[in-house]
Design a protein around this ligand. Structure first.
Ligand code: GLA
Length: 328
């Protein structure tokens, strides 16, 4: 009998999927058979879990953590401090003016302590800061509201608060384009700065929103080596392999060309071969979705453009991409 994904990778690393409260029900069979780790696609982001200053909404997060626990899966936490998907109230005082530095630090601390504390011992790692690196100009850090109000210290504080809330939790920095040489250099610079200050940082999350043309396995290898050389563990936290090149903006495609899926299968095969080679430093590979019908890449433009970035198809059936990473 064919092994499942999680069985095949049992001696390598957990295989994860990003889920939502609907997909843990609708795709439960696939999840239980193939996946050993879960990430909440949106439900633990600031806006959803802490919609008002004095109100948290833990119901969706709890449902996922309970599901993971009941099915013997690990749960990753995503994400504590990010420039996107924040509630309106977060950066404003009662009169609607920008919140003061002290108040924002206090809010961040309270948020992190409450959320990380709630899932202490249940969520084994957190993406503490997501996407803080600037990638459009030469600057090091993105000019987010967090940065504008708190300066670069917000990153250190976020890690410190998370560590206080759960000292056993593995704390990640997470970002996209983590293989691009210019961005890799900036990320490395930031991580080294944090380490030099003794900040509790344990892992680098490479999101892994890739496509069938790029990045190359050599670029991915160089990035894994670079992050691992800092003494950090590495996870691929949001993997998908789009069938479109980065600059391909066509919107009217409803059927994939067969060669895209062939190319994707080869891409998955080569990249997973690389991951297995680095099993000493890679502690998790998570797909951003379960099967193609759950991928954010098909929802993005609110058009008819479809995508096929995962290893199970729109009917939740195995693709060639799955067989390529299973049979090694
Ligand atoms: C980033 C975030 C994820 C998700 C994707 C797109 O990668 O880290 O949480 O929002 O964008 O869905």
């Amino acid at each position: 009998m064919q092994k499942s994904l999680k069985q095949a990778y049992d001696s390598y690393f957990p295989i994860g999927a990003a889920v939502h409260t609907g997909s843990i029900v609708s795709h439960s069979n696939l999840l239980k058979e193939h996946f050993s780790s879960l990430t909440a696609e949106n439900e633990m982001k600031f806006q959803l879990i802490h919609p008002e200053k004095d109100r948290y909404n833990f119901s969706m997060g709890d449902a996922m953590v309970d599901y993971a626990t009941a099915n013997n899966m690990r749960m990753r936490g995503h994400t504590l401090v990010w420039h996107n998907q924040n509630p309106e109230w977060l950066f404003k005082d009662v009169s609607g003016n920008p919140v003061s530095r002290d108040e924002l630090l206090e809010r961040m601390k309270e948020h992190i302590h409450t959320v990380v504390g709630r899932y202490k011992g249940k969520i084994y790692c957190w993406d503490v800061c997501n996407e803080v690196i600037e990638d459009k100009t030469d600057g090091l850090l993105r000019k987010s509201t967090w940065f504008e109000i708190l300066g670069e210290e917000f990153i250190e504080k976020a890690f410190e608060y998370a560590h206080e809330a759960d000292p056993d939790c593995i704390l990640f920095y997470n970002d996209y384009y983590a293989t691009r040489p210019d961005k890799l250099e900036k990320i490395t610079k930031l991580l080294k700065k944090l380490q030099a200050k003794g900040i509790p940082l344990h892992g680098m999350g490479m999101q892994g929103h890739w496509n069938i043309y790029s990045p190359s396995t050599d670029e991915i290898r160089a990035a894994i080596e670079a992050y691992a050389s800092l003494g950090l563990q590495v996870q691929i936290t949001e993997m998908d392999v789009s069938v479109y090149a980065q600059d391909d903006r066509r919107l009217d495609i409803t059927v994939p060309e067969p060669e895209w899926l062939e190319k994707q299968a080869v891409y998955y095969r080569e990249v997973f071969k690389l991951f297995r080679e680095y099993k000493a430093v890679i502690t998790g590979v998570t797909f951003w979705g379960i099967s193609d019908d759950t991928s954010w890449l098909s929802r993005l433009d609110k058009t008819t453009r479809k995508n096929w970035p995962l290893v199970f198809d729109w009917e939740r059936k195995p693709k060639q991409s799955l067989y390529e990473i299973l049979n090694f």
